[in-house]
Design a protein around this ligand. Structure first.
Ligand code: ZN
Length: 641
């Protein structure tokens, strides 16, 4: 049996799962399900990337060990995959022992054969964030993109992977294997990069603490990308199960977002060549999602929550929309309204109606039993032939990961079956007593639905099961083989009562509900006015721009944070009652406005030297707080007037 091994990237465990994670994973899931139904020995892997400085910092801020933190939060991904009906065979975490051992073994092998050597790494570094910042993501005037502070150059001892040595071999491979990187636009991008200057890659850090140690040199840990990429080999038994590795590795395919193709199409294959292992058959890169035409961002509040989408519309509707809407590889725009449109037209109307009408006719004209056909006619033959060509063509488009084309093909077939009802008017045949003709029509429609259930199963598995049951079939479409389908085998089946597969969503009602649940701009009632002051009174309050450097919890206090702030000309400590409204990481690095001439006060035993400004309002019993921040970059210490 031919094997098929597909992987998602391992997701950075500290991320909140969003539409991008869901998209990649659903795309892999559909492919894995399709290949299983085509008889492939399939293995489907996903997981989480759990090392790195940011995890360590997040853990410190929460008073946990990094391991405790990742143990807790990796579950976010596991739960999402359950909700979205993802059929992964394995879930790997880079902190697992099976992975740590493989990374260390590969590192050692590469040192031993001279493909990893010691040198020194120099780069732009943010000391407070303890992280290197590549030129491409620096802020203005070489500042840290996370905290805005100036970067310094840093030099440390580092191990290097001799990537340059294997680049010519990889170019040769890709020249012969055009499907090595998909789609073509990414292939060209990778080839021009490879033909340029491929440099040896730094693969260890002494500044990083939360990572896999290098056994022969304990002050180094393996750099996160080197560690992360290896997961794909770990999971199929590179070290522990050579049989499994031999079974799956020759047919490995990675699905990734277009932002991480260099790691997957250059660095990783070069590592594999050095290790003497075959490079991936394909790396498939998909595009990015915008939301209602805008870039997704936390501050805009337009991040699409896949949990919520599945809850509101069902996992199948969400899965269908993501893959149908955009040619795979292109960027796409997510719009809930567009999704509602697709649910109504494609799922409720086309597929749902075909099922409903067919079952009802079999009930009414044939006592719920699918008749055998005694005669063939041109129209029913046309439907049957289209079913065959659909199955064949589907294979072609799935091979190129063209999910939208696949769904279009299936829906052309579904539309043809719907049209066949209108062309043959079974209700007339029943009235006229044309029993043989009617039998042909009912069987043709039933078979069209039976095949449709198989074809849509990889995309909308829950709905496929529902169709299967209503058709009165045994087993499950998910474990059936598409190629075992024989037209006519369904005769004699007893159908169940028709149930609505996808309820139509009333768009006007939907819009009203949407408007009602949208956050309102509420105006705080100005009930408590302070007495009037003159300009001198106002001027006596000295306010300046400052930056929050560090946020610490005050153990005895529910409300207070101890903040270290920088005014540029001096540093201060402030106690601020905003703990309930912000996480430390939401404050650290931010520029704020503070009152600098407030008399010092002792709060919970700590002297507070100033006050930071925030707006607050009570809404339905809840207090909402927003920091007052300068709208553009202005030096620390600037006076606020
Ligand atoms: Zn920084």
């Amino acid at each position: 049996m031919k094997s098929f091994y597909i992987t998602t990237p391992i997701y950075y465990v500290n991320d909140i799962p969003h539409i991008g994670h869901a998209y990649t994973t659903i795309a892999c899931d559909v492919m894995a399900r399709y290949k299983r139904m085509k008889g492939f020995d399939t293995h489907f892997l996903t997981g989480t990337d759990e090392h790195g400085q940011k995890i360590q910092q997040a853990a410190e801020a929460k008073g946990m060990t990094p391991q405790e933190l990742v143990d807790k939060i990796h579950v976010n991904f596991r739960e999402l995959w359950k909700v979205l009906n993802i059929s992964n065979d394995d879930f790997i975490r880079t902190t697992e022992d099976r992975h740590v051992r493989v990374v260390q073994a590969m590192f050692k092998k590469l040192i031993d054969q001279g493909d990893i050597y010691k040198g020194s790494y120099e780069g732009w570094y943010c000391v407070p964030c303890e992280t290197y910042v590549p030129e491409s993501s620096m802020g203005e005037n070489r500042t840290c993109p996370d905290c805005g502070r100036p970067l310094t150059t840093m030099k440390e001892e580092s191990y290097f992977f001799r990537a340059s040595k294997y680049a010519p071999q990889l170019i040769e491979h890709y020249e012969k294997n055009l499907q090595g990187v998909m789609p073509r636009i990414r292939y060209n991008e990778i080839m021009s990069f490879l033909r340029g200057d491929v440099r040896d890659q730094s693969v260890s850090r002494t500044t990083l603490k939360w990572g896999i140690p290098i056994p022969s040199d304990e002050k180094h840990v393996v750099y996160v990308w080197f560690d992360a990429l290896i997961n794909y080999a770990t999971a199929v038994g590179y070290l522990d199960d050579p049989e499994m590795f031999k079974r799956y590795w020759p047919n490995v395919r990675h699905m990734v977002g277009k932002d991480i193709i260099r790691f997957h199409c250059v660095i990783w294959p070069l590592m594999l060549l050095a290790l003497g292992i075959n490079v991936p058959v394909s790396v498939i890169a998909h595009g990015w999602w915008t939301v209602d035409g805008e870039k997704m961002s936390k501050s805009k509040g337009n991040v699409v929550d896949p949990f919520k989408m599945a809850e509101l519309y069902g996992a199948d509707a969400f899965r269908y929309f993501l893959l149908r809407e955009v040619p795979f590889g292109n960027d796409g725009d997510f719009s809930e309204l567009a999704m509602v449109g697709r649910v109504n037209s494609d799922l409720a109307n086309d597929l749902g109606n075909l099922l409903n009408r067919t079952l009802q006719m079999i009930m009414n004209y044939s006592g719920g039993v699918v008749p055998a056909a005694k005669e063939k006619d041109a129209l029913s033959e046309e439907v049957r032939k289209l079913s065959e060509s659909t199955v064949t063509q589907l294979d072609g488009v799935m091979d190129t990961f063209s999910y939208d084309e696949a769904l279009k093909l299936i829906w052309v077939f579904i539309a043809r079956a719907n049209k066949y009802i209108d062309e043959t008017s079974p209700w007339k045949l029943d009235k006229e007593g044309q029993k043989d003709k009617l039998a042909t029509v009912l069987l043709t429609l039933y078979e069209a639905l039976r095949l449709s259930a198989l074809l849509v199963a990889p995309f909308i598995p829950d709905s496929a099961i529902k169709i299967w049951k209503q058709l009165g079939l045994q087993g499950s479409p998910l474990t059936s083989l598409i190629d075992d389908f024989r037209w006519g085998d369904g005769a004699g089946s007893h159908v169940a009562k028709a149930e609505v597969l996808f309820p139509r969503i009333d768009v006007e009602e939907w819009k009203k509900a949407r408007a009602a649940s949208a956050p309102k701009e509420s105006v705080a009632p100005a009930t408590e006015h302070e007495p009037e002051i003159d300009i001198e009174g106002f001027k006596s309050v000295e306010m300046r721009v400052a930056q929050v450097i560090k946020v610490e919890e005050i153990p005895r206090s529910k409300n207070l944070y101890k903040l270290d702030v920088d005014l540029g000309y001096e540093k201060r400590v402030i106690c601020s009652g905003i703990k309930r409204f912000f996480k430390p990481e939401e404050l650290e690095g931010r520029r704020i406005v503070m009152v600098t001439n407030l008399k010092p006060a002792k709060l919970c035993g700590i002297e507070s030297n100033g006050m930071i400004l925030a707006a607050s309002v009570h809404e339905e019993g809840n207090e909402k707080v927003s920091l007052i921040v300068p709208a553009s970059d202005i030096p620390l210490g600037s006076r606020v007037k």
